[in-house]
Design a protein around this ligand. Sequence first.
Ligand code: SAH
Length: 401
Amino acid sequence: MGDSMQQPIKLKVKSSFVKNFKDGYPLVTEESVQNHQDLKIEGSVFELVDEQQKFISKGYYGKQNKGRGWVLTKNRDVEFNLAFFTGKLKEAITYRESLFQDKNTTAFRVFNGEGDGIGGLIIDYFNDYYVISWYSEGIYSFKDVIVQALNEVVEVKGLYEKKRFASKGTYVEDDDFVSGEQAPSPLIVKENGMNFAVYLNDGAMVGIFLDQRDVRKTIRDSYAEGKTVLNTFSYTGAFSVAAALGGAVKTTSVDLANRSKSKTIEQFSVNDIDFEAQDIIVEDVFNYFKYAVRKKLAFDMVILDPPSFARSKKHTFSAGKDYTDLLVQAIAITEGNGIIVASSNCSTFGMKKFKGFIEKAFKQSGGKYTIVEEFTLPTDFKTISEFKEGDYLKVVFIKKQ
Ligand code: SAH
């Protein structure tokens, strides 16, 4: 386990995948190699070889969705030790130097998996505290050396972790605190001057999705002034906060999770926004759309940020299948010249297909539109061209005519 003394397992790449790996594709799947059953202990090191047994690249075994491991180097002599991880982390920190300097932003991603050279490893920064997300038992087996490396490259006030892998069939849910000082609960972080309350020790989600930073700023700075804003799938209401700070006349946040109400009140409060002047509704979005149509409500801005897949009492929503329909319902309650912010983090389709959903929805609704802004992941969510699936975020600002 993370043991460099053992001989790496040789994985024979199927001929149709050899070029892919030689070109730098980092994810190893069962289909891509002939002898995946030789992988037995998570965290063990493998070497990919071609049909002539020639070395291609080297990585570790870790089960993660469809993946069975990640390639970490094309250099056979590299070992996955303290020097290796320290080097990768240093590079990642340097890449984000301007964010570390920015006093108005104290929460961002510092290490983005394969984008920074180590698939399965994510590290986020929250105001001098760090949160490591482990995506497999395999990468978790390197915990000691990775934590040591992190402490060598940055000042860590307190460290938390999220185990995002299933162990013996059950999702690992335990104390997230690892070492250092415990963070205040909530911890207040800043993002372009906005405040957000986050909880580092409260399950998989901390209260804010860091990948939407540029979108929140754009809503606040360029679109919210004087507008009525409907924020659907609102979670802790981060988009509503951005809109209110940008001068929205009123925000309406809709989410079916009970906790979303108190969480949204809290986010407004830490920004000195009177939450009583805002609507915060705990309801299924699809019921809310019907209600809005019945009451002839219309908004200047409608934000759509559904999960890739969700099941409520009455509805199953799958982004790949149902996004067009979601847009049709949003279009019906958006004012003329209003803006729809359509967002999806679903990695099974790209921007092109997403724009296809938009095209189809407007055709169905019989209206015209223009695309006024487009976002993918922010710079701290570093991606590599060899792994397009890593660039999952698509956000389009659509002006309804
Ligand atoms: N837009 C949020 C993140 C959304 S996370 C942000 O910027 O922070 C997805 C949210 O959708 C979750 O909070 C979940 O409770 C909610 N959700 C899922 N299905 C829903 C439905 N049918 N109606 C309302 N909310 C739903």
